[in-house]
Write a protein that binds this ligand. Structure first.
Ligand code: SF4
Ligand code: SF4
Length: 188
């Protein structure tokens, strides 16, 4: 009898209609990408970048710690030392990150002693040519320049840098007693 009544009054259809109408009053969660973009927190791990000091000097000192920390072996650093105005400086001559292998774990950013690496909220870098996903030094600095605020926000959100902190005190200089005679290329 109950089954018959259900069939006569289309109970299942009415239940489905009730569900559909109820959803008219539920807040939408689907974003109409690319017309609508998601808002990510500062902790978000997006594209990696390299950062410079306010003076324009590169922060990276080519120490290879990021390369050692990377679980995917996708970072390659080649470093050298140079002397300029009686100051000896180590820097990266080449810096490549193979984004096709990167798992966006953020270990490289954590490992960097001078906060030269940062992560941005940039995620739109899909390409039909996977060679475009090898981010070289120029590309990494370009991303860092364009998304400086986001990279800085990431470092602050992960307690690696203070809100107003100027990180020039992190700048590494060779002690004068260790000053090399000439510029020496070292393969990272
Ligand atoms: S985010 Fe992780 S996987 Fe990607 S380069 Fe850094 S350490 Fe390697
Ligand atoms: S990015 Fe940081 S950890 Fe990596 S080589 Fe440069 S200074 Fe060292």
């Amino acid at each position: 009898m109950k089954k018959l009544l259900k069939r006569v009054f289309f109970v299942e259809i009415l239940k489905a209609l009730k569900l559909v109408f109820a959803h008219y009053f539920v807040k939408e969660v689907t974003l109409q990408y690319p017309h609508e973009k998601n808002i990510f927190p500062d902790t978000h791990r997006g594209a990696l970048c390299l950062l410079k000091y306010e003076s324009g000097e590169e922060r990276c000192v080519g120490c290879d710690l990021c390369e050692a920390a990377c679980p995917s072996n996708c970072i390659t650093v080649v470093s050298a030392v140079e002397e300029k105005d009686h100051v000896v400086r180590r820097f990266a001559t080449d810096f490549d990150i193979d984004i096709t292998k990167c798992v966006f774990c953020g270990f490289c950013v954590e490992a960097c002693p001078v906060n030269a690496l940062g992560m941005t909220k940039m995620y739109e870098f899909s390409t039909p040519n996977k060679r475009d996903l090898i981010f070289d030094k120029t590309k990494l600095y370009d991303v860092g320049e364009k998304w400086y605020g986001q990279a800085k926000g990431y470092l602050v959100a992960h307690n690696q840098e203070g809100e107003d902190e100027i990180v020039s005190e992190y700048r590494y200089r060779f002690p004068s007693s260790r000053k090399p005679e000439n510029v020496v290329e070292t393969d990272g």
